[in-house]
Design a protein around this ligand. Structure first.
Ligand SMILES: Nc1ncnc2c1ncn2[C@@H]1O[C@H](COP(=O)(O)OP(=O)(O)O)[C@@H](O)[C@H]1O
Ligand SMILES: [Mg+2]
Length: 365
């Protein structure tokens, strides 16, 4: 049974569709990340789940309850925003305890719950302070604490780390993951940051222009993207993608990388024999591979020829820019494996190669 189910949700602002037939199923206890570029409709969807903005059509179920028509306060969800929205004149303890006060929880019990939440978030020493006396990361912990005391069915986070500097962001990211593993509640988390999505999610939903492009585990999204949008959006450096055509070889098929003018340039990438490839012969396609799966060798005599255009050391490995004819491929190699200006052969392992239709963006292999 899904803990959260969004069924064919649609919403427009005036003439502009912002959610187009969005359907998502979330398991009990999952950590779902809605990932996509700015403006793709993530916040709109999160607000729709919270009941802050209605959808035009479709249904939203939390547990077994159809909440589509329910007001926000009746949905039993808690939301954490990018801006902390704390009450400046209240102490940390009073900020966290505010939802309990509203509920009429007695003072002793409220204090016990506030202390428990503060312990979980490691902010006990801050309880007597005011928001202005806190760092950004501490303020966001307080905002999370205020969501936690409500003990909701569902937690919603809208880019909660965006206002923090890089070091705090990684710290609090780890804290949020630990928190989820401790309390095992269903969480829906919005971000445009692929690293946050990959590190936190049990399930990633990738959106573009109000349409769900793919939903899956981080590994599925990374290794088996269903289309070019997902392939390009996930991964840093981005997936290497080269134009070319399928041609028959003496055994099996090859992908011949195109020069700028469309001529065959160099040795083909060998692909396994398959009916899919036979049907694709002659069409202009894109071949793709993750940067760490592309091998580069100065001693090999097979595979496309390339020149090492740039080497960027990162420590454990180098990010290597290759020029293959007029096309560019960025790969990841062990530190010092190649040097700038070197002529090399590029090897794309047949089992790690993907093919995409450049017109529709669909994955073909
Ligand atoms: N209240 C509104 N009125 C009109 N357009 C809006 C409103 N809220 C959001 N939009 C538009 O809807 C689209 C999606 O916005 P949003 O859900 O905030 O995207 P995201 O959170 O993914 O950045 C954007 O083009 C945005 O400009
Ligand atoms: Mg947003």
């Amino acid at each position: 049974m899904a803990k959260l189910s969004i069924q064919s949700a649609r919403k427009s602002y005036g003439e502009m569709p912002v959610l187009q037939d969005v359907s998502i199923d979330v398991d009990e206890g999952a950590f779902v990340v809605l990932l996509g570029p700015s403006g793709c409709g993530k916040s709109t969807l999160l607000h729709a789940i919270a009941g802050l903005h209605p959808i035009d059509s479709g249904r939203i179920l939390i547990g077994d309850n159809d909440v589509t028509q329910l007001a926000a306060r009746d949905r039993d969800v808690a939301m954490v925003f990018q801006s902390y929205a704390l009450y400046p004149t209240m102490t940390v303890a009073d900020n966290i305890g505010f939802p309990l006060k509203m509920r009429g929880t007695n003072k002793v019990e409220a204090r016990r719950q506030v202390d428990e939440v503060a312990r979980l978030l490691q902010i006990e020493p801050l309880l007597a302070r005011y928001p202005r006396e806190l760092s950004g990361g501490q303020r966001q912990r307080v905002a999370i604490g205020r969501a936690l005391v409500r003990d909701p069915k569902l937690f919603l986070f809208d880019e909660p780390l965006s206002n923090l500097d890089a070091a705090l962001r990684t710290d609090l990211r780890a804290e949020i993951k630990r928190l989820h593993q401790t309390i095992r509640r269903t969480m829906v988390y919005v971000t445009h940051d692929q690293i946050e999505a990959m590190t936190l999610a049990t399930k990633i939903v990738i959106m573009s222009k109000g349409v769900v492009q793919q939903a899956g585990t981080p590994a599925e999204i990374y290794h088996e993207p269903v289309n070019l949008f997902v392939a390009r959006f996930i991964g840093s450096p981005a997936m290497t993608l080269l134009k070319g055509r399928i041609e028959p070889l003496t055994s099996g098929y090859g992908f011949r990388i195109a020069n700028g003018d469309g001529d065959a340039l160099s040795d083909a990438i060998h692909l396994p024999n398959s009916d899919v490839l036979r049907a694709l012969q002659g069409r202009e396609l894109l071949v793709g591979a993750r940067p760490e799966n592309v091998d580069v060798s100065a001693s090999s005599s097979a595979g496309p020829t390339a020149v090492v255009d740039l080497v960027e050391p990162t420590g454990p490995d180098d990010i290597v820019t290759l020029k293959i004819g007029s096309q560019t491929s960025i790969v990841r190699r062990p530190a010092g494996a190649v040097s700038q200006g070197q002529m090399v052969r590029v090897h794309f392992p047949a089992d790690k190669v993907m093919l995409f239709d450049p017109a529709s963006g669909q994955r073909l292999l």
